[in-house]
Design a protein around this ligand. Structure first.
Ligand SMILES: *[C@@H]1O[C@H](CO)[C@@H](O)[C@H](O)[C@H]1NC(C)=O
Ligand SMILES: *[C@@H]1O[C@H](CO)[C@@H](O)[C@H](O)[C@H]1NC(C)=O
Ligand SMILES: *[C@@H]1O[C@H](CO)[C@@H](O)[C@H](O)[C@H]1NC(C)=O
Length: 491
């Protein structure tokens, strides 16, 4: 009873002193709740059954935890905590939690919680849509990815050699609660897994192998925070495409009926470095067989149908080795860097294209409101996947756009509305800047919806400015002309 009272006191203290802090790029998380440093997740739940799935088929690990949780407290509860190490916390991306048995309920609110920045255990707090009654159960589906989490071993390979990656995890899913039963499944890109940790078990030894799928467990009851380190090394002869920064501009022009896209990439290949110097002769000879390679040879952008006038430039200038196929069904931009981008190499570049504004913008039937619907991310779609560390998306609206609001299912770290001045602008154009971190290409095609008001008068501003300017020039020319005439007359 006393314990409960203290717990309640701590909780109420926590909830009154919770201060949401806006994070930014230097702090990897969108918003953190600061809890007292004595904080420990209250033991209100137990994990009845848990399945942890680690998917290593792409160039970043994608994980899913499906867990049946039960409220073991005496009162309804709605806060479930998931622990991560500080390293995981800095590289985790796209954490989403839903009710596995009731998918149309949407996503639960999740927030990073900070109680002691020095501690190696950090938490995400999940808020259930409705408090769970005592003894009741719910199945959570938790998904997330980690960036920069796969490491080539050996670190250097030859131009034609296979690459092997190392990934480390725990065979017991880290949890803030007691787990009664669980297993961890690992999906590899192929069955070529030369090294893996063996976990001795009761009846059977882990892992149990079935082709390219390994299963650790199932395991019986494990206490809070239990870990069982596992290391696997597997073949993955593909690039590890890492975008340290993507700047994506979307410029809306009502007057021109156009929307212009431009994307600036700072791209790296995190694959194994070459042991020897790159040999173009060997590369050319090999290409005939199209072998799998850790080099980035091509990037494919499936753009929205109707996209046109694409361009592709790098530090040297226009790159002509790009292909654009556009018809009624598709608009595929395929770009080839000037050289194959091997492990340890960088390739900064820029692509852009135009599209008909009508395809993205709708005017509301009443008032002066407009709705813009664009993909948040439109980057390359690669079979090996790619990861984005920082994304800065700028939507530049016409001059005079007001009342800007947006919504997106991509987790953001910051938002800002500012003025952007260009040629012949009077007040400047309204720009919405959104930032996100640790996003993987699974989030490609998630929508960004921007609504704004654009009064008719604002639409007339640009032609008016041009008219006044031209008229002014004309008048000035006329005035100068008449002065000249005046001088002539004096002769
Ligand atoms: C991030 O926040 C810190 C302190 O709050 C500040 O010094 C820094 O300039 C910010 N960085 C950005 C990119 O906003
Ligand atoms: C690059 O190519 C585009 C069209 O392909 C062309 O309009 C532009 O002038 C070129 N720029 C340079 C610097 O060559
Ligand atoms: C790989 O090459 C890059 C660029 O040359 C270098 O910065 C990096 O340290 C190298 N990595 C290893 C493991 O040698």
């Amino acid at each position: 009873m006393r314990l409960l009272a203290i717990g309640a006191a701590v909780l109420s203290f926590a909830s009154t002193t919770l201060c949401a802090e806006k994070g930014n790029l230097t702090k990897p998380l969108a918003s953190r709740l600061i809890l007292p440093s004595t904080f420990k997740p209250p033991q209100n739940f137990k994990n009845v059954n848990l399945v942890h799935i680690i998917n290593l088929e792409k160039s970043y690990p994608k994980e899913q935890i499906n867990v049946v949780i039960e409220n073991i407290a005496g009162t309804p509860q709605d806060e479930y905590f998931i622990p991560f190490t500080s390293q995981q916390m800095a590289t985790i991306g796209g954490l989403e939690v839903k009710d596995k048995k009731n998918l149309d309920r949407g996503l639960f609110e999740v927030r990073a919680v900070e109680f002691d920045p020095e501690s190696d255990t950090q938490f995400y707090r999940v808020r259930l849509a409705q408090p769970l009654a005592p003894k009741a159960q719910i199945t959570l589906g938790i998904t997330y990815s980690y960036l920069s989490a796969l490491h080539p071993l050996p670190k250097h390979i030859g131009q034609q050699e296979s690459q092997f990656l190392v990934y480390e995890f725990s065979a017991y899913c880290p949890s803030a609660y007691v787990t009664l039963k669980q297993k961890t499944e690992v999906k590899f890109p192929s069955g070529n897994v030369p090294e893996y940790t063996i976990v001795p078990g009761g009846e059977v030894e882990s892992p149990v192998k079935a082709g390219s799928k390994f299963t650790y467990g199932s395991f019986g009851e494990v206490p809070v925070g239990a870990v069982e380190p596992v290391k696997v090394r597997y073949e993955f002869t593909k690039p590890l495409i890492h975008v340290s920064r993507l700047e994506r501009d979307i410029e809306v022009s009502h007057w021109g009926g156009n929307v212009a896209f431009e994307e600036r990439y700072t791209l790296h290949n995190h694959a194994a470095n070459l042991t020897n110097q790159f040999s173009r002769v060997q590369w050319a000879a090999q290409q005939y067989y199209n072998p799998s390679s850790t080099a980035i040879k091509e990037l494919k952008f499936p753009l929205k149908v109707g996209s046109l006038d694409p361009y592709f430039t790098d530090v040297i200038g226009n790159v002509s080795t790009s292909r654009f196929r556009s018809n009624k069904r598709e608009a595929n931009l395929e770009i080839k860097p000037r050289y194959p981008v091997f492990g340890g190499w960088n390739y900064p570049f820029r692509v852009g294209w135009n599209a008909d504004l009508k395809k993205f913008l709708r005017k509301l039937s009443t008032g002066q409101g407009y709705v813009l619907n664009v993909p948040f991310l439109e980057g390359p779609k690669q079979p090996e996947g790619m990861e984005y560390e920082h994304i800065e998306l700028r939507v530049i609206l016409p001059e005079g756009a007001k009342n800007v609001k947006y919504s997106t299912a991509v987790p953001l770290t910051s938002e800002a509305i500012s003025l952007h001045r260009t040629f012949m602008d009077t007040t400047g154009r309204t720009a919405l800047t959104l930032k996100a971190i640790n996003i993987v290409d699974d989030f490609r095609d998630r929508e960004l919806i921007v609504t704004y008001d654009y009064p008719l008068l604002a639409g007339l501003r640009k032609p008016l400015v041009i008219f006044v300017t031209v008229f002014g020039l004309f008048a000035a020319a006329w005035a100068i002309g008449s002065i000249n005439v005046g001088i002539k007359g004096k002769k």
